[in-house]
Write a protein that binds this ligand. Structure first.
Ligand SMILES: *Cc1c(COP(=O)(O)O)cnc(C)c1O
Length: 396
């Protein structure tokens, strides 16, 4: 079997992070300046004139991200959702349909259905884990964009990126993949056929629960769909994102960009260790008397296991458990001592949450509601034996 594509650890440490040419500082400096002096009107000394339009600390992060995702251009944003908002405004116009996986992040669902729908876009949910149903929905709705996440949240289902990219392209749609749950250390969607990758850098990339940020990475030379030209007049997706981000001012502060770049340097060791611990936890609780089902793509009987082996290096850092009933699930969340009860994921600290009443509460009563018996664990970097013991005592 071929090794699935993934970012290189060497790039995570060195891409965009060359020592400062002036002082030799091994860590590129944090440039807080809002403006940059010129010698001649209108001629910046080294490409920077004003920090909304461009900032060296932000550029360093973007160089790292574009290398790690093997893309053509990368753009940092102040949050994952502001990255999504900018991308959807660049790719779609009033009258367009956006087809999205029905278990996308709750904030993505809200942006599509409560904000962009009110501005003339038509969001339609589909099942990206059933390729026949997906193909029918692509043919029926003729979307400009197909948007999905894999592994999915909180059930950790796996979408086959290679096959879905072919289906989307055959139907004239661009494929956007939110790669937040895997990170480029475990999965490179552009190498598998996706057109744009979205990140909440708040999660695995930042990795330390100390910043909020987002990013977009585009396939090299990607044109706007349907021979259109975008805001700013270009027909190129990356140019249009750059134009809109500058025009609307959706830029991260330099310190957040610096923290994300710092997080990237340890991304591989963090993601690999947390995924190994998640695998141990999944194995341990399989067949446990208090657990009805373990959701983790690393388990050989998981329906997406073979696809995950083909497209990911490691199976991710999140494990979900279906317990006996809703009370047991809520109690387990209250009784863990190491796993902190909090939303978010991908950090050094392990977290636990109850999707039905927290991250996925907005779906209550809908066909896509998350069962109240489910508990989601984001596995961090503590000793795995301590994590197993913590869940054991919470279930006892
Ligand atoms: C957190 C998250 C987002 C939103 O990112 P923010 O940084 O919170 O705006 C989008 N997608 C996924 C999968 C997420 O987990």
């Amino acid at each position: 079997m071929n090794r699935p594509p993934a970012a290189r650890a060497t790039d995570a440490i060195h891409a965009g992070q060359a020592p400062d040419s002036l002082s030799g500082a091994i860590v590129p400096p944090l440039t807080l300046a809002s403006t940059f002096v010129m010698d001649t009107p209108g001629v910046p000394r080294s490409g920077y004139d004003y920090s909304r339009s461009g900032n060296p600390t932000r550029s360093a992060l973007e160089t790292a991200l574009v290398t790690l995702e093997a893309g053509g251009a990368a753009f940092a944003f102040p949050s994952g959702l502001s990255a999504e908002d900018t991308l959807l405004r660049v790719l779609t116009r009033p009258g367009d349909t956006v087809l999205f996986g029905r278990d996308v992040y709750g904030g993505t669902f809200r942006l599509l259905t409560a904000v962009l729908a009110g501005e003339g876009r038509t969001p339609v949910a589909t099942d990206v884990f059933d390729l026949a149903a997906l193909e029918r929905d692509l043919a029926r709705t003729r979307p400009v964009v197909l948007w999905l996440e894999t592994p999915s949240n909180p059930l950790l289902e796996i979408a086959d990126l290679d096959r879905i990219a072919s289906l989307a392209h055959a139907a004239g749609a661009l494929l956007v993949v939110d790669n937040t749950f895997a990170s480029p250390a475990l999965q490179q969607p552009l190498a598998l056929g996706a057109d744009v990758v979205v990140h909440s850098t708040t999660k695995l990339i930042g990795g330390h629960s100390d910043m909020v940020g987002g990013a977009l990475v585009t396939r090299p030379g990607l044109p706007l769909p349907r021979d259109r030209s975008g805001v700013g007049g270009s027909s190129d997706v990356a140019d249009s994102i750059a134009y809109l981000r500058n025009a609307t001012g959706a830029v991260p502060g330099p310190f957040d960009a610096w923290l994300a770049a710092r997080g990237l340097k340890t991304l591989h060791v963090r993601a690999e260790r947390a995924a190994a611990s998640a695998g141990r936890i999944a194995e341990h609780f399989r067949g446990h008397p208090a657990v009805r089902r373990v959701h983790y793509p690393g388990l050989p009987d998981h329906p997406g296991h073979d696809v995950a082996r083909r497209q990911m290096r490691g199976f991710g850092t999140v494990v979900s458990l279906t317990l006996r009933d809703a009370d047991a699930a809520r109690r387990a969340c209250e009784r863990t001592r190491l796993f902190a009860l909090a939303v978010s994921l991908g950090a050094v600290e392990s977290l636990v949450e109850h999707p039905a009443s927290m991250t996925h509460a907005a779906k209550e009563g809908s066909p896509d509601a998350i069962a109240p018996e489910l508990v989601r664990f984001s596995v961090g970097l503590e000793d795995v034996d301590d994590l197993v013991d913590d869940i054991e005592q919470a279930l006892a």
